[in-house]
Design a protein around this ligand. Sequence first.
Ligand code: DX5
Ligand code: ZN
Length: 220
Amino acid sequence: MSALIAPSILSADFANLERDLHRISNADYAHVDVMDNHFVPNLTLGLPVFERLAQVSPIPLDAHLMIEDPDRWAPAYAEAGAASVTFHAEAATAPVRLAREIRRLGARACVAFRPATPVEPFVDLLGEVDMLLLMTVEPGFGGQSFIEGTLPKIRRARRAVADAGLQVRIQVDGGVSRETIERAAEAGADVFVAGSAVYGADDVAGEITTLRRLADGAHA
Ligand code: DX5
Ligand code: ZN
């Protein structure tokens, strides 16, 4: 499993999003955090901005919806051109129906879990999704420190995916940096979101390359 790097534009300059998408053009995905001030205590951007980002981005967009009622709102992000659409397990009413709808619209479907939300209820439903997002901080803000206690959950999720014989990716989001990415990779993560670590680096493109090399090294 080769590591994929998805810098979060939450740490970009919101007055220069197109420019800052081009600064991460050597990444695999641009991770776009949609927050509604209900599911999380922060407000970022919504569908009209996302639609424009999808038109100008040099790399595919990974939509992370930290919103209430994703059953209603998530399909539009697939229609807007997201490569993957992530909704939260805690917020979705009918996650299987929603995942199927996202896939029908041509995007990869992903389900996300807060640090304290167990993945076990989804173990028999792994065939319905393309990726699990295991939050390694409480969602809502960039720049928080990695919660080490999430590592056993990453390991259990990786084992469940292997036992099911599926290709489901495991994404980690929050506090991922040079200091933490290898532990997350060793535990079984293979898609890495990093906001402040990438955009806070002097050499943004170089940081993406470094993170990818560290994760691939930990997988080897
Ligand atoms: C937080 C967001 C993350 C955030 C990560 O709720 O989902 O994507 O941008 O930021 P860092 O990498 O700075 O922890
Ligand atoms: Zn995110």
